[in-house]
Design a protein around this ligand. Structure first.
Ligand code: NDP
Length: 402
C-alpha cells in the first residue's frame, strides 16, 4: 500500500492514472498533478468512476520549478513519482526527488528545450547522487523505450547466449481520420522524427539523412508497411548493456501523407525551435504549431486499427545461430474503451504503471539510476498481458532484415 504522485495530465497521464487506480492494493493513494489542474480533475473523476478508487487527489504544479515540486512532494509524501509530463522536466523532477528522498520513474529521456537532442548522458550523470541517497531512478519505462528494452532483456536472459543483431520495429497501423496529427506530444514527436537517422554498427554510430533508409516489413495481423530507419533513445542504453550487439537499429512506419505533411512543416519553417518575433511577441514556431494541431489525447474516439511494436533479434544459442521475434499488438479502440485514450498513450501508460508496481512490490530494486533492461524482465512480462498488453514470441522465423 503506497502513495504515488503522477506528474503530467496528457494522454499518457490519463492511462497511468486509470491503470494505477485499478490496483488500489498497490497504489492506495494517488495524486495527479500537472500544469493545468482542470485536466487533472477531469481524469481523476473519470478514473474514479471507472475503477471505484476513492483516493485520487489532484494538484497544480509547474514541473520546471524544483522548489514547487519539492513542496508538493513533501506535502503528499509519495513513495514514488511517475513522471509523464514532458522530457524537458526530467532533470527538475529528478532534482526534486533527490531533495525529498523519493524514488523516480519516467518514460522518455531528457531533452533540452532549445536543442533537439536527446541522450541519456544528463540523466546517467545523476547515478552517484541517487546511489548516495539510497534512491532509485527508473529511466524509460514506456513502450519504446520500455517494453522493447525488456523484450531484449528476455531474449538475452532466456533465449540466447549472445545477441548480435537487434531491430526494434514500431508500426502504427491506426487511422484517426485526421489529415495530420501526432500520436503523442506534437512538439516532442516532430523534434524526434525530423532528426537525422542513426544506428549502431560494429562499435560506432552511423548517421543517415532523415528517412533515407526504408524497408517494407510485415507486421503480425497488419501486413506490409513502409518502415523507416530513425534514431531512438533505447539504442543508446541497449548497446551499452548488451556489448555483444554488433548492430542495433530502430524502424518506424510512416504513411506517405504523414511524411508529406512533415516535409511541408519543415520547409516552411514551422518545425523551428528558435524564437521568432511576431507582432512584437516572441514565439517558437513549433510550440505555436502544437497549439493548432489536434491534441493527441483527443484522438481516441474514432481511432481504428492497431499498433504492433516488437524486437527482431538474431544471435547464438548453444553454438547455433537463431532468430527470435517478440511483439505486442494493441487495438486503439480497445485502449479507448478502457481508458478514453488512444493506443499510443495506452502502450506507454501501462508499462509506466507496471514499472511503478514492480518497484513498489519490491520486484525491481536498486540504488542509483537504471535503464529498464537492467532489471529482471520476468515479473514484468508475467504481468504485462493481464494488464492489457499481451505479447507473443516466435522462434527461427524470417526477420526480413539482413
Ligand atoms: P501530452 O503533451 O499529451 O501531455 C503532457 C502533459 O504534461 C500535459 O498535461 C502538460 O500540461 C504537462 N506539462 C507540460 N509541461 C509541464 C510543466 N512544466 N509542469 C507541469 N506539467 C507540464 O504528452 P503525452 O501524454 O502524449 O506524453 C507524455 C510523455 O510520454 C512525454 O514525455 C512523451 O515523450 C512520453 N512518451 C513515451 C513513449 C514511450 O513509449 N516511451 C511514447 C509516447 C510518449 P498542459 O496540459 O497544461 O499542457
Amino acid at each position: 500500500m503506497s502513495k504515488v504522485l503522477i506528474i503530467g495530465a496528457g494522454g499518457v497521464g490519463r492511462v497511468v492514472a486509470f491503470k494505477c487506480a485499478m490496483h488500489p492494493e498497490v497504489f492506495s493513494e494517488i495524486m495527479l498533478a500537472s500544469r493545468t489542474k482542470s485536466k487533472c480533475d477531469v481524469i481523476a473523476a473519470d478514473a474514479q468512476k471507472a475503477t471505484g478508487h476513492r483516493k485520487i487527489q489532484t494538484a497544480q504544479v509547474d514541473a520546471d520549478n524544483v522548489p514547487e515540486l519539492a513542496q508538493l512532494i513533501r506535502s503528499f509524501q509519495p513513495k514514488l513519482v511517475i513522471h509523464v509530463a514532458l522530457p524537458y522536466q526530467d532533470l527538475t523532477i529528478m532534482d526534486a526527488c533527490l531533495e525529498t528522498g523519493v524514488d523516480y520513474l519516467d518514460t522518455a529521456n531528457y531533452e533540452p528545450k532549445d536543442e533537439a537532442k536527446f541522450e541519456y548522458s544528463w540523466q546517467w550523470a545523476y547515478q552517484d547522487r541517487f546511489r548516495e541517497k539510497g534512491l532509485l531512478a527508473v529511466l524509460g519505462c514506456g513502450f519504446d523505450p520500455g517494453v522493447t528494452s525488456i523484450f531484449t532483456a528476455r531474449a538475452a536472459k532466456h533465449h540466447f547466449d549472445e545477441i548480435h543483431y537487434l531491430d526494434i520495429v514500431d508500426c502504427n497501423a491506426g487511422d484517426h481520420g485526421k489529415a495530420f496529427a501526432t500520436n503523442f506530444n506534437p512538439e516532442i514527436n516532430i523534434r524526434e522524427i525530423t532528426q537525422k537517422g542513426r544506428y549502431y554498427e560494429n562499435g560506432r554510430w552511423v548517421e543517415t539523412e532523415p528517412h533515407e533508409i526504408m524497408r517494407m516489413l510485415n507486421y503480425p495481423n497488419i501486413g506490409p508497411k513502409a518502415s523507416y530507419l530513425i534514431y531512438h533513445e533505447e539504442l543508446e542504453s541497449l548497446v551499452k548493456n548488451y556489448p555483444s550487439l554488433k548492430r542495433a537499429r530502430f524502424w518506424m512506419t510512416f504513411g506517405q501523407e504523414y511524411l508529406t505533411h512533415l516535409r511541408v512543416i519543415q520547409n516552411i519553417g514551422m518545425a523551428r525551435i528558435d524564437p521568432v518575433q511576431y507582432k512584437g511577441v516572441e514565439i517558437v514556431p513549433l510550440e505555436f504549431l502544437k497549439a493548432v494541431l489536434p491534441d493527441p489525447g483527443e484522438l481516441g474516439q474514432n481511432y481504428t486499427g492497431e499498433t504492433s511494436i516488437g524486437c527482431r533479434i538474431r544471435g547464438v544459442k548453444d553454438g547455433k545461430e537463431r532468430t527470435y521475434y517478440i511483439w505486442n499488438n494493441c487495438r486503439h479502440q480497445d485502449a479507448f474503451d478502457e481508458t478514453g485514450a488512444q493506443g499510443v498513450s495506452y502502450t506507454t501508460g501501462v508499462p509506466a504503471m507496471l514499472g511503478a508496481k514492480m518497484v513498489l512490490d519490491g520486484k525491481w530494486s536498486g540504488k542509483g539510476v537504471f535503464n529498464v533492461e537492467q532489471f529482471n524482465p520476468d515479473p514484468f512480462l508475467d504481468e504485462l498481458g493481464p494488464n492489457g498488453l499481451p505479447w507473443e514470441e516466435a522462434f527461427d522465423v524470417d526477420l526480413e532484415l539482413d
